[in-house]
Design a protein around this ligand. Structure first.
Ligand SMILES: [Zn+2]
Ligand SMILES: [Zn+2]
Length: 235
């Protein structure tokens, strides 16, 4: 599967219901999230289309510990030697030291279908964490990718803001843009109130493009859409 160019140097890898992204940086290729387990070949094909060799993949920025975002992390690290970046609150689950939490039973769907959804979810594959990131940190990648801690969906959820090009925000699952821009899927969101607060935090940033774990890319003054959503959630 080829990568779609979103804007110069930023590419989307659509894998059914979940997306990953590639950034061409001076420090080598940067991947944001790694899809479900067994997606290594799909992602490396996209890497080949953009850069050439698996070894060109140098950094893997992880938004959160869910299996559709870390599934192929271990395989990709083995194939490429890339460094992984995770927030410390999600590290124990990425490393496999703690089990993946189940569906949120306080949501209606979680109450009705939690056990079924958990059975259908693929087992997580543990992966090493090389760099623990914190809120406000500027990574020495891509001209200073900024870490934005956006807890709620998971405790250690982070979004990443790429400077330049008007600002490109990698939202992860802090919000989704499936039918329209909205909250992340409730059944897999640990704390809805905290997730709303994180959307407010993102709405205060400057970015022109927003890339989501689930749903379509928003192009052009994407932060204004987040501001409208934040206002709606406050009502
Ligand atoms: Zn998630
Ligand atoms: Zn997800």
């Amino acid at each position: 599967m080829a990568a779609d160019e979103i804007i110069s140097g930023v590419y989307g890898i659509s894998m059914g219901f979940v997306n990953a992204f590639l950034i061409k940086a001076d420090e080598g290729l940067v991947l944001v999230d790694s899809g479900l387990p067994k997606r290594k070949d799909t992602i490396l094909k996209a890497v080949a289309g953009v850069a050439g060799q698996p070894a060109d993949l140098r950094h893997i920025l992880v938004t959160h510990h869910h299996v559709d975002h870390i599934g192929s992390l271990a395989d990709l690290k083995e194939a490429s030697d890339a460094k992984s970046y995770v927030h410390p609150a999600d590290t124990p689950i990425v490393r496999g030291d703690q089990p993946q939490p189940g569906a949120n039973r306080t949501s209606l769907l979680g109450k009705l279908a939690g056990p079924l959804l958990e059975r259908l979810s693929p087992a997580a594959v543990a992966a090493a964490v090389d760099v623990e990131v914190e809120d406000g940190q500027e990574l020495p990648i891509g001209g200073g990718v900024k870490v934005v801690h956006t807890p709620g969906h998971t405790p250690g959820h982070v979004s990443y803001l790429l400077p330049g090009r008007g600002g490109v925000l990698f939202v992860g699952d802090a919000a989704a843009n499936i039918l329209r821009l909205g909250m992340p899927v409730g059944v897999f969101t640990a704390d809805r109130e905290q997730a709303k607060e994180s959307i407010r935090k993102l709405a205060g940033l400057e970015f022109d493009i927003a890339c989501f774990g689930h749903g379509r890319v928003l192009k052009g003054e994407a932060n204004l859409r987040f501001r409208r959503l934040a206002e709606k959630l406050a009502r």
